[in-house]
Write a new protein. Sequence first.
Length: 115
Amino acid sequence: MSLLTILKFKCPNCKEGAIFESNHQLFSFHVPKMHTHCKTCNLKFEKESGFFIGAMYVSYGITVAEFLSIFVLMHFVFNTSLMTAFLIVVAVIILASTFNFKLARTLWIYLFYNK
């Protein structure tokens, strides 16, 4: 498992096939569409119905980590006011929501992948 492969949203089996239909729109405000199977090795991404419900918890963890790190950076390092730091955090989290969605689902697939 390579961090670069995860960040490119590639199949955990062959490391070549794309998990999502489009990898170029990371900061758009729509729900990315996933392939059901890898186009290269035919690995099924959704193991069972409701498989990606657990990815919501991964997404929550990613968002909390982003919130805390950006808030600490803005408020304590750059000495911005609480309101300014909070507004910057909210803006970054909204902009990164599509990326977080893709990352959480990809991590969830990799977590349950067996060779």
